[in-house]
Design a protein around this ligand. Structure first.
Ligand SMILES: CC(C)(COP(=O)(O)OP(=O)(O)OC[C@H]1O[C@@H](n2cnc3c(N)ncnc32)[C@H](O)[C@@H]1OP(=O)(O)O)[C@@H](O)C(=O)NCCC(=O)NCCS
Length: 199
């Protein structure tokens, strides 16, 4: 059964895969997506506490920025997130909740970076690691990106020692293309070509 939460449902479409039926609907301009176990909604003003709970967690941030984020930095980042979400209907930063309990468990992003390339990223609260949620999000993101005409290629940047994230990306079809430093942090760049830019 497909549930639309507070949704002005204009259209829906779904398909089956290992995680069940995926469905898209449109709420105002925002897409609400769900998998069998998770529901994804764009960040809104009232989500700051959940966002801060995630980015102020040292274990979560260890492989991202190397350290937890201060309240001030989090507030600045959150405002950028809201403005990106406001400006774009099909991409942005999304909350991840468990459908069963409605608990906030993390976030993901899908944002355009340059010429047909979009960057994806995801973070989960430690209580929800190793339950397959990261893989479920990544697979959904790849499927979703294939439906966006402007996206030719997906990029993900991870710490070379973030073995869980690397495993998720490889399972989703990404290939490692470069190991380097970005903002003084060790980084490994992964790419997944979805379609040729000039067929
Ligand atoms: C990275 C993260 C999203 C992983 O999410 P998750 O839900 O725990 O991942 P999953 O359970 O879907 O799968 C992880 C896979 O990596 C494997 N894995 C986990 N730790 C591993 C390790 N240390 N070495 C090798 N493989 C590992 C798991 O066995 C699993 O593989 P499988 O599907 O073949 O069994 C989560 O740990 C997280 O949010 N970390 C903090 C933020 C972060 O690092 N984000 C990514 C930034 S690039």
């Amino acid at each position: 059964m497909i549930k639309f939460r507070n949704t002005l449902s204009i259209k829906s479409e779904g398909w089956q895969d290992g995680y069940g039926t995926f469905t898209y609907s449109f709420r105002d301009k925002d897409r609400v997506m769900e998998t069998a176990r998770l529901i994804f909604e764009k960040f809104k003003t009232g989500d700051f506490d959940n966002y801060f709970g995630l980015v102020s967690n040292e274990d979560v941030m260890k492989m991202i920025s190397g350290k937890a984020i201060s309240p001030e930095e989090a507030q600045t980042n959150f405002e950028k997130i809201l403005s990106i979400n406001d400006l774009n209907s099909e991409i942005g930063y999304y909350t991840v909740r468990k459908k069963e309990t409605d608990e906030f468990i993390g976030l993901y992003k899908i944002i355009m970076i340059e010429n047909g390339e979009a960057e994806i990223g995801y973070s989960l609260l430690p209580d929800f690691w190793n339950m397959g949620y990261g893989s479920e999000i990544s697979e959904e993101l790849v499927k979703y990106a294939k439906t966006i005409p402007q996206i030719n290629c997906l990029v993900a940047i991870t710490d070379p020692e973030n073995y869980a994230s690397k495993r998720i990306l490889k399972k989703s079809g990404f290939k490692s293309v470069k190991i380097c430093e970005i903002d003084n942090l060790p980084s490994e760049i992964f790419k997944l070509v979805l379609k040729n830019a000039n067929p």
